[in-house]
Design a binder for this molecule. Structure first.
Ligand SMILES: [Ca+2]
Ligand SMILES: [Ca+2]
Length: 237
């Protein structure tokens, strides 16, 4: 009798499992759902024209499908110098007119070989005494905003993307892009301390302070050449 009972309960359990397995595969009928308008993947703050292949002042710039590619006008200015591009191109950047100056074709190949790059210091994720939130933000990871300083090309205009976006403009970032030059080019790096506090630049474990605002600091631990006005000095490499 007990054996029969076990057989009966086992059979009932199997029947139930069959019903459950039927229910699991018995999907509801498809329904049409209104998905709404398709959202743009990229922010509208970046001009979509920046992503296209183009030629600016003789510089061919490849297509980029990134949401925030480099400004093609910046690329042209970095290749030809801010003194080698048209005023229209320069005005499409946020670079100062003397940010990258190229001159002197020493080897006679048609390209300038003397390059003067002017840098300044910029605070990111810093706080003003009047405003609690950072004024020029830069995420080192999503939502992570420690305060730090960067060397940036000498710029003009706002440090943020716009009046309404406090994110740093793309020229202010870390790590910085690599400086690429040709062999035998003469490169001068000039730090212009446009800030009201002293700042320094380090190279090869050396240190030297830029004492006041508008002093121009040569990269240390190398021969410094006094500039005629006595305020500006350069480092030649
Ligand atoms: Ca040359
Ligand atoms: Ca060269």
């Amino acid at each position: 009798m007990r054996k029969k009972l076990i057989t009966f309960t086992g059979g009932a359990a199997l029947l139930l499992m069959h019903a459950w397995s039927q229910a699991a595969t018995d999907l509801p009928p498809s329904a049409k759902v209104d998905m709404g308008p398709v959202e743009e993947v990229c922010s509208e703050f970046t001009d979509p024209e920046w992503r296209k292949e183009q030629v600016i002042d003789g510089v061919t710039i490849q297509e980029s499908k990134l949401c925030n590619p480099d400004n093609p006008a910046d690329i042209a200015a970095f290749v030809k110098g801010t003194n080698g591009v048209s005023m229209e191109t320069l005005m499409s950047t946020q670079l100062a007119a003397d940010a990258i100056t190229m001159s002197d074709d020493f080897d006679g190949d048609g390209d300038p070989d003397k390059i003067i790059i002017k840098l300044e210091v910029v605070e990111l994720n810093g706080h003003s005494p009047d405003i609690k939130e950072p004024t020029t933000t830069f995420d080192i990871a999503p939502g992570i905003q420690p305060t730090f300083w960067v060397f940036a090309p000498k710029t003009r205009d706002m440090s943020t993307k716009s009046l309404y976006e406090l994110e740093a403009n793309p020229l202010l970032r870390a790590p910085s892009p690599v400086i690429r030059v040709e062999q035998d080019d003469v490169v001068w790096l000039v730090l212009e301390n446009t800030h009201y506090l002293p700042h320094s630049i380090h190279q090869n474990l050396c240190h030297q302070a830029a004492p006041t605002r508008h002093h121009v600091l040569p990269l240390p631990c190398a021969t410094a050449y006094p500039y005629p006005n006595g305020l500006a000095r350069y480092f030649r490499r």
